[in-house]
Design a protein around this ligand. Structure first.
Ligand code: T3D
Length: 262
C-alpha cells in the first residue's frame, strides 16, 4: 500500500495513515487503502485488537482540500455527496462493524473526517499534542463521516453543537474533560502505551468484545424492549463460548482467566 502502513504484533494490527506532509489528509488512495487495511485486520483471526494512528505530527486533517482546487477555481462544484458515499463512508462504517476492539492513537490534530475516524473507534488514547477540530463549519459544511451520530453520543448534544458550530480547536486535555478521549499520555509514550493497552484487549474474551460493540450500536438506535431482547439472544450465543466457561471457572478457581478468543 502507498499511503497506509500495516503491521501486526502480539495480536494487535496497527494501521498508520501515512501522508505526513499534509497531516494525513484523506485522498482517494488513502481512503481506499484504509478500507482495505480495516478489512484485512477484520479478516485475520490472529488479530484480536486494532490500532489506528497517523504518521508524523498529525492524526488526520480530514478531506484533502487540495483535490477540490481545480474544480472550484474553474467555477465548478465538487461532488461531495458522491465522495462521501463512495470513498469516506466505506472507510468509516467498517471500523464500527469490526468484531474486535479498535483504538485510535491520536498523535496530533484530528480534523473534519479525520476526527470522525477517531470517533468511530471504541477508545481514543490521545497524545498531549493531540487536538480535535470540527473543521467543517470553517468551510461552510456540516460534520460528516458519521460525526453527527458519534459526537452527540460521546459528549452530549450541547457540547456536540458547540464543537460543530463554533469550530474551535480543542486540546487533548479539554477532550478528556468532555469525555471524548479515554486518556491523555505523553507524545513520547503514545505508541508504546497504546500497544500495551491493545495487547490487554487482544488477550481478552474477543467474542464478547465483538458482541459488546454490536449490542451498543443496536441499543443506540432501538428501544429498550428491543434492546433487552437483542441482549438475551446475544447472551445466549456467548454463553456457548469457551471464553465464557473459562471466565466462570477461573472465578470459581480464584485464578486469572486464560481467554482464547473463542
Ligand atoms: O471535500 C470533501 O471531499 C468532502 C468531505 C469533507 C470532509 C472533511 O473532512 S471537511 C474538513 C477538511 N479539513 C479541514 O478543513 C482542515 C484543514 N486544515 C487545517 O485547518 C489545518 O491544517 C489544521 C488545523 C488541521 C492544522 O494546522 P497546522 O497549523 O498545525 O498545520 P498546517 O500548516 O495548516 O498544515 C500542514 C500542511 O498540511 C500544510 O501544507 P504546506 O503548507 O506545509 O504545504 C497544509 O496545507 C496541509 N493540510 C492540512 N490540512 C489539509 C492540508 N492539505 C490538504 N487538505 C487538508 N485538509
Amino acid at each position: 500500500m502507498e499511503t497506509v502502513l500495516y503491521d501486526v504484533r502480539s495480536g494487535v494490527a496497527t494501521i498508520t495513515m501515512n501522508r505526513p506532509d499534509v497531516l494525513n489528509a484523506l485522498d482517494v488512495t488513502l481512503a481506499t487503502e484504509m478500507a482495505k487495511a480495516i478489512a484485512e485486520a477484520g479478516g485475520d483471526p490472529a488479530v484480536r485488537a486494532v490500532v489506528i494512528t497517523g504518521a508524523g505530527r498529525g492524526f488526520c486533517a480530514g478531506a484533502d482540500l487540495g483535490q477540490l482546487e481545480d474544480a472550484y477555481r474553474s467555477g465548478q462544484s465538487g461532488p461531495i455527496g458522491d465522495i462521501l458515499r463512495d470513498r469516506y463512508n466505506p472507510m468509516v462504517l467498517p471500523i464500527t462493524q469490526l468484531d474486535k476492539p479498535v483504538i485510535a492513537a491520536v498523535n496530533g490534530v484530528a480534523a473534519g473526517a479525520g476526527a470522525s475516524i477517531a470517533f468511530a473507534c471504541d477508545f481514543r488514547i490521545a497524545s498531549d499534542k493531540a487536538k480535535f477540530f470540527q473543521a467543517f463549519i470553517k468551510i461552510g459544511l456540516i460534520p460528516d463521516c458519521g460525526a453527527n451520530y458519534f459526537l452527540p453520543r460521546l459528549v452530549g448534544m450541547a457540547k456536540a453543537l458547540e464543537l460543530a458550530m463554533l469550530g474551535d480547536v480543542i486540546t487533548a486535555e479539554t477532550a478528556l474533560e468532555y469525555g471524548l478521549v479515554t486518556k491523555v499520555v505523553s507524545a513520547d509514550t503514545l505508541i508504546d502505551e497504546t500497544q500495551t493497552f491493545a495487547e490487554q484487549l487482544a488477550s481478552g474474551p474477543s467474542r464478547a468484545f465483538g458482541a459488546t460493540r454490536r449490542s451498543m450500536m443496536f441499543g443506540a438506535v432501538n428501544d429498550l424492549e428491543q434492546t433487552m431482547d437483542y441482549e438475551a439472544d446475544a447472551q445466549h450465543e456467548l454463553a456457548q463460548s469457551g471464553d465464557h466457561k473459562e471466565g466462570v471457572l477461573a472465578f470459581l478457581e480464584k485464578r486469572t482467566p486464560n481467554f482464547q478468543g473463542r
